[in-house]
Design a protein around this ligand. Sequence first.
Ligand code: ADP
Length: 191
Amino acid sequence: MLNIVIFGAPGSGKGTQSERIVAKYGINHISTGDVLRAEIKAGTELGQTAKGYIDQGQLLPDNLIIDILASTLDGLKESKGVIFDGFPRTIAQAEALKKMLAERNQTVSVMLDLDVPEDELMHRLILRGQQSGRADDNEETIRKRLTVYHSQTAPLIDWYKQEGLYAHINGLGELDVITSDICQAIDKAVK
Ligand code: ADP
């Protein structure tokens, strides 16, 4: 089983690179952001709750998102592995993921940290907001999400370093070069 955590600030390219990894390794993709946006679109109660947090640039409470992740994981059949995109975003979530996988006799294989400078992140997200109309890609909410990233999510870098699972990826430059760096890190991790 290949369990990959793709990590990085908003706008670092997690979604784009995840699609490429899925195509190459034939694993499943769980994007918590996509799961939540689908709930919002379907008008569910969970979607309504999620929208309140997302529009404010805040994270959902850990217990809620951990439950969502667990049931999404349970819904996968015959999986060769999973790329986790947008989860974990807090230390509590990382600990929950470790436990959840251990209960399935699995572990995280590698954590890929897509590293992109802050001014480039701002630029990409503002552009994405103009093109896709994603409600949380406006300048005010983007600034909040980046602050939340630094305070709540970035501490996971040291957490995964301590687990011996950390791989740094330069997220700036040609998409194909980034993909090939990612594949090298994955292949090295599972060798
Ligand atoms: P980004 O481009 O900011 O990485 P995502 O699509 O991954 O965006 O997530 C959008 C929003 O969904 C987040 O800003 C947050 O409100 C919520 N969300 C997604 N994943 C999580 C999570 N693991 N924990 C808490 N909230 C989450």
